[in-house]
Design a protein around this ligand. Structure first.
Ligand code: ZN
Length: 74
């Protein structure tokens, strides 16, 4: 049996404060940086893994805003 390991990390979004669980079925090969986006605000972040990351919301955003993350800050 050669089951892939499941990587599971708890992250919090730096923009909106949502608690996220990022999981990835680990496949063979070297880990590399994968981009995932926060489902609550759309801010991209990185995780190091070999498989494709899946994001689940553990706790919703707590910043009181409703806007989406934007690259350009005014
Ligand atoms: Zn967010």
């Amino acid at each position: 049996m050669n089951q892939p390991e499941l990587l599971c990390l708890e992250k919090s979004c730096a923009f909106c404060g949502a608690r996220l669980e990022v999981s990835s079925a680990e496949v063979q090969g070297k880990p590399k940086a994968h981009i995932y986006t926060c489902p609550q605000c759309g801010k991209p972040d990185e995780i190091e893994c070999t498989g494709h990351p899946h994001v689940r919301v553990l706790a919703p955003r707590n910043d009181g805003r409703t806007g989406q993350y934007q690259e350009t800050m005014f």
